[in-house]
Design a protein around this ligand. Structure first.
Ligand code: SF4
Ligand code: SF4
Ligand code: FES
Length: 286
């Protein structure tokens, strides 16, 4: 069971959200307030365990008096603010972001994106068949996880998770500029020649499935991946005495991937290689 420690009480700020008065604890973002009010503002580069990077701009909203649209995921709520989440301008901006992403990236494994494309009437083929794409084959260079950069939206979450925000391994970074920008390991080497320690904390935060367990990748390729039939069980990792929480995703009585609860106050969704990938021993029946 995840234990959430009680935090210091925070002052409540009052402001207006889509014409309704709302109150949010000091330090909350506009997105926090939207979620508390049950409003579905799309997000891609935002991560509940990471500092916002403002890379995708799909979460933009209008703030009265602001010249430009503001990213709800990083803009803090202020007293007296008047926020509108569903104006024509904000909807148009989200639509264009979705069209640009859909024209250049494979979004087939990005949760909820199909819903948002419909909601914002975005046209994924707006820029035609000649729109520039990476068209790169998935990189399968180890037995644990696959990097399919054709699905990468350059949100930087994996880089932040691998680097100073969590893992401090710095195995991956952004290489190149403009359209040539890519997530890469040192010298674009295979993962096996890099500093990667296979904690999988980059997979945990990737919003598009560009990074995935090899088990998931293989099952998707074989047409057997069936999220609807999977169960999730959170337990305690038995490998050492730290006591990290593991969520085991099980399909047909086999563990197919392992995640970790983001609200755990110690690990915040992060694991080491043993917790993340050491599950094979459970189902090794040889
Ligand atoms: S598995 Fe861990 S060390 Fe390797 S790239 Fe991902 S976050 Fe970095
Ligand atoms: S691989 Fe995933 S987490 Fe990393 S930048 Fe691309 S979409 Fe973001
Ligand atoms: S989710 Fe807010 S800028 Fe990407």
């Amino acid at each position: 069971m995840t234990v959430i420690p009680l935090g210091v009480p925070r002052r409540l700020l009052e402001f207006t959200l889509d014409g309704e008065p709302v109150r949010a604890p000091e330090g909350s973002t506009i997105l926090d307030a939207c979620r508390a009010a049950g409003k579905d503002v799309p997000t891609l580069c935002e991560g509940d365990t990471l500092t916002p990077k403002n890379a995708c701009r799909v979460c933009v909203v209008e703030v009265e008096g602001a010249r430009t649209l503001v990213p709800a995921c990083s803009r803090k709520a202020e007293p007296g603010m008047e926020v509108r989440t569903d104006t024509e301008r904000a909807r148009h901006s989200r639509k264009v972001v979705l069209e640009l992403l859909a024209s250049s990236v494979d979004l087939s494994t990005t949760p909820k994106v199909a819903e948002w494309i419909k909601e914002y009437e975005a046209k994924p083929d707006r820029f035609g068949p000649d729109a520039a794409r990476l068209n790169e084959e998935p990189r399968v260079d180890n037995e644990l996880y696959v990097r399919d950069y054709d699905k990468c939206i350059l949100c930087y979450k994996c880089v932040d998770a691998c680097g100073e925000q969590w893992q401090n391994t710095f195995a991956i970074s952004v290489a190149g500029r403009g359209f040539d920008a890519r997530i890469a390991v040192e010298h674009d080497a295979p993962l096996t020649d890099s500093a990667c320690v296979y904690c999988g904390n980059c997979i945990e935060v990737c919003p598009t499935g560009a990074l995935s367990f090899k088990s998931e990748f293989d099952m998707r390729a074989a047409g057997t991946w069936d999220e609807a039939s999977q169960t999730e069980t959170t337990t305690v990792c038995a490998y050492c005495g730290v006591g990290c929480n593991l969520t085991l995703h099980v399909q047909d009585n086999e563990i197919v991937k392992v995640t970790s609860p983001h609200d755990n106050p110690v690990t915040h969704g992060n694991l080491c290689i043993k917790g993340r990938f050491g599950y094979q021993h459970v189902q090794n029946r040889d």
